[in-house]
Design a protein around this ligand. Sequence first.
Ligand SMILES: Cc1ncc(COP(=O)(O)O)c(C=O)c1O
Length: 401
Amino acid sequence: MRPASAGPLAPARLPRPLALPDFPWDSLHPYRARAAEHPDGVVDLAVGTPVDPTPGIAQAALAQAADAPGYPTAVGTSRLRGAFIRWMARRRAVPGLTSEEVLPTIGSKESVALLPLQLGAGPGDLVLHPRTAYPTYDVGARIAGAVPVPVDTDADPESWDVDNQARVSMVWLNSPGNPDGHVLGVEQMARVVAWARARGAVVASDECYAELAWEEPWASSAVPSLLDPQVAGPQGRSGLLVLYSLSKQSNLAGYRAAFLAGDPVLVSAVTEVRKHAGLLVPAPVQAAAAAVLDDEVHVEAQKALYRARRETLLEATDAVGLVNDPQSVAGLYLWLSGPPSMSAYDMVGAFAELGIVVAPGDFYGQAGVGRVRMSLTGTDERVAAATARLRTSQAADLFRS
Ligand SMILES: Cc1ncc(COP(=O)(O)O)c(C=O)c1O
């Protein structure tokens, strides 16, 4: 028993407040509830969660590998690493990756959220990320105790408002971008690489929408990868990491299958942490991931579905006067602005009256104010329902300026 003379107990130090933002999706509850009242049911285009079936080859490989009594390794099977290395060469113009340069992860969101911590960023470090962005880059910096700094990654880095003396540890790129669908060209990526290397910062590029480009030149040639030798330059992959995910291209979001690739020094540092922490991709998921990486037919078929949905939704939203960002040329979303009199939440409310759920642009940073993000991840039937609703006089009235 603690004697009374021992004085007052020290205040608890844990949990350390991480200053995490509110989970943005919670603010959509009332709109979702309103949309659900539609007599023909809700069309939920707020979240980019795939809705088409997981390819048969993935399901078969998963089932075949179901007997998995032992622990998988953190680095993954050589079959999986080989499949990813071949895929990077074939689809992403990144030749010659070695086994030490690739690592499987449990989906890529965990890497976005934990990479700064896993690389050892902490208080005093700045983690730069696109100013219009998936919120998890900001969260990942905070988890590490570092400072998230939004910058315009479409612009020349010399124009970024970052003090020359500041300790920039990481720069995130996201191309094609969520939510804005922008693609970074080779020159822009190379400019960011040069800027970051001059400051000793790591560049991490989240490329999970790379297979989903709609407009030329990207639709028929690969969207540039950070690890493309034209971007990486004579220093090779030093200081560079790419994240890729099978969630979108192969409807594998429920399996949690993704990768890190790049500088072997960085990959090895992350591997060490993952080994200690037991962050291991389940063996049956590794088998499924390897199977889908060797097949391009299902990716083409999925891409055709999204292309058709995108065209249908573009026409329907255009009919009520909404304008897609002209630079939104790839990825899984429309990035729509409406009449100047309507805020993002006004538009979310108008869509909810039609039984459609979309996300307010405010979720993605200051530059998203006045926009909404509409995902292409509705079934053909639900996308047709949304389109029919957007073609009514009620819709025209709701979006009238
Ligand atoms: C830009 C971006 N990065 C990462 C992810 C996470 O994907 P996953 O964890 O399914 O691999 C998403 C998911 O929507 C995303 O939009």
